[in-house]
Design a protein around this ligand. Structure first.
Ligand SMILES: [Mg+2]
Length: 174
């Protein structure tokens, strides 16, 4: 329920053609420390290029964030052409459902990408979605998240170790 389908270093390393090949047409994207640094609005060129590539492949994208400042979520979503789902209360399933409804996708055609195990991964795995766990973009985060990282860290390392054993190309850093 917690383990992601895939581990990658950053969102722009997610192979869009591979996802399309698996029938994924909708992406549920986390905001903080997945697309932008925590509590920021600056979007790195790599993220922009990757999102353009997703849209170029006809993929639908929803920005699903627990952030309390809905205006920031909507601003980033508007700038990047994502459908915003604010005050998501991940890992609760309602926001994932809402995102799939607006994208017109279902569990088999949607992939969730985020940097947190107990919100992004847990909620999406619950819904039966494909899940991709990225490394947080920055070290800055809320005190609450920093505490959760203490539990998350050993799990990430364990997953990385076991996946490296299966696939030597997998990055050591998670
Ligand atoms: Mg996040």
């Amino acid at each position: 329920m917690l383990a992601p389908s895939l581990l990658v270093d950053a969102v722009w390393e997610v192979d869009l053609d591979a996802l399309r090949g698996e029938g994924i047409i909708g992406l549920i994207l986390d905001l903080d420390n997945t697309l932008v640094d925590w509590n920021e609005t600056y979007v790195r060129p790599e993220v922009r290029r990757w999102l353009c590539a997703a849209h170029g492949r006809g993929m639908r994208t929803a920005l699903v964030s627990n952030a309390v400042r809905g205006r920031r979520v909507k601003a980033v979503a508007g700038e990047l052409g994502l459908t915003p789902v604010t005050l998501a209360c991940k890992p609760l399933p309602a926001a994932f459902r809402r995102a799939m409804r607006v994208m017109g996708t279902d569990a088999s055609s949607t992939c969730a990408i985020g940097d947190q195990v107990f919100t992004d991964m847990l909620g999406a795995n619950w819904m039966g979605l494909k899940t991709v766990l990225v490394r947080p973009l920055s070290q800055r985060e809320s005190p609450h998240t920093r505490l959760i990282r203490l539990v998350e860290g050993p799990m990430r390392r364990r997953w990385a170790r076991s996946r490296r054993a299966m696939s030597p190309r997998m990055s050591a850093k998670v």
